[in-house]
Design a binder for this molecule. Structure first.
Ligand code: SAH
Length: 213
């Protein structure tokens, strides 16, 4: 795997495209400028890596489109040292962005193949989450609660209760909710029992599935 000045140039262009689409958080844009996205997809499709589109990875899953990753990262308002739970490790690209934002990341993936592959690959290129978990995002990660931020990167048919309850007061859960397309939904925990809810537009994700395989 090689990262060249040509790749760097393409990444700078991608950041400019994302800026035009409304991404204003410079830390997020810097992460996009820095992370070699072409390492995350099959090398024969390298030319697609810096276009703003989703792309197939292993196990019938996709790497989310850069805009979606940037939008979710910006909306989460990640601060250095935040404890973040990510549901849907996938290729690990979103994980890398969270790590560039200096979050402490716990990432759950339900597909064994992707879990194995990404938990080997990411540390190899210098990205080390606190933990990779092979498990079910619907139940979250009780033993590590509460989290400052929770991000779901698969389309959820409903909002799993455990994710709301594993949030700190003041914490944010960002989750795309719906079947065919999803509404990006932000929950901010106001107290033990109150959540503020905001809907942030339509997105398209692969479905969040319940059983592990
Ligand atoms: N952030 C990833 C997105 C991958 S697509 C990337 O940009 O590469 C969504 C991922 O969520 C897939 O890898 C899928 O296997 C995973 N997933 C689906 N349902 C899940 C569940 N219940 N728990 C954890 N991960 C799940």
């Amino acid at each position: 795997m090689k990262d060249t000045s040509k790749h760097q140039g393409l990444r700078n262009q991608l950041a400019t495209v994302l800026k035009a689409k409304g991404i204003i958080d410079e830390n997020v844009l810097n992460a996009i400028r820095k992370i070699p996205r072409h390492f995350f997809i099959d090398s024969s499709f390298e030319s697609h890596a810096y276009q703003d589109k989703a792309f197939p990875i292993a196990a019938e899953q996709t790497i989310s489109m850069p805009y979606t990753v940037a939008f979710q990262s910006q909306t989460l308002e990640v601060k250095a040292g935040d404890k973040v739970l990510e549901i849907g490790t996938g290729s690990g690209y979103q994980t890398a962005v969270l790590l560039e934002l200096k979050a402490e990341v716990y990432s759950i993936e339900r597909q064994r193949e992707l879990f194995k592959r990404t938990s080997l690959f990411l540390p190899k290129i210098g990205y080390k989450p606190k933990r990779f978990i092979f498990g079910d995002g619907y139940i979250g990660l009780k033993e590590q609660e509460p989290f400052d931020k929770i991000i779901v990167t698969a389309g959820a048919p409903f909002v799993p209760k455990p994710l709301l309850s594993q949030l700190k007061i003041g914490g944010r859960l960002l989750i795309p909710v719906g079947d065919k397309t999803q509404i990006m939904t932000l929950f901010i925990r106001k107290s033990a029992t109150e959540f503020e809810k905001e809907e942030l537009g339509d997105f398209a994700f692969v479905p969040m599935l319940e059983e592990r395989n």
